[in-house]
Design a protein around this ligand. Sequence first.
Ligand SMILES: Nc1nc2c(c(=O)[nH]1)N[C@H]1C(S)=C(S)[C@@H](COP(=O)(O)O)O[C@H]1N2
Ligand SMILES: [Mo]
Length: 214
Amino acid sequence: MSEGTEAEGPGPDARTRRPGLPPGQRARREHRPVHYGRVPSFRPERWDFRVFGTTESLGTYGWSWEEFSALPSVEEVRDFHCVLRFTVPDVRWTGVRASDLVRWAPPSPETTHVMAWGEYGYSANLRIDDFLADGVLLATHRDGEPLSPEHGYPLRLVVPQLYGWKSVKWLRSVEYMVGDRRGFWEERGYHNRADPWGEERFSEQEGPEDGPPL
Ligand SMILES: Nc1nc2c(c(=O)[nH]1)N[C@H]1C(S)=C(S)[C@@H](COP(=O)(O)O)O[C@H]1N2
Ligand SMILES: [Mo]
């Protein structure tokens, strides 16, 4: 649990691993799923993962489930902050580092943002530096087990330094963008950036530097 752990100093993890709870959050051990709409079923033969948009090559990259499963993965333990005011402490995720994905599928140098796309068109936008932050994973496992269907099986994004709605479940693609666009909840009144340490919950709190207005 992060509350009461020692401060770690300004290492590379400083942005995504901070001691204590963000303001307005309470710890909740039980990791109850939160999402909009129904849980998609997984058909490996129909599944692919794609990177598209402003890639350096202008091409699209794709992985079958078999190919994606063979990519090198790492483990990261991070608190998970839902905007509904609960934080699940110390969730152990296994997955592919977003920073590795970007090395295999390089964006053009002008790329400033990404849109993460889930099944059924759910989306969340991120600054490229938030996507590349330490601890950001395309996760296949939680607590050593494959993700449960409700938590995003077979693949989800985990962006631990931002509120949970940015952590797109049932992830199918990442779009590189030059400039910002609002994702699913960002278009519906939630904050474009979503930093829990600044309690960036709602769009009405945004300033011009936070992105395109609603
Ligand atoms: N595809 C998709 N991903 C989603 C959501 C959703 O509705 N659809 N909800 C988000 C929200 S609001 C939160 S808090 C987290 C919850 O993740 P969990 O269900 O694993 O706790 O998933 C996020 N990812
Ligand atoms: Mo959430």
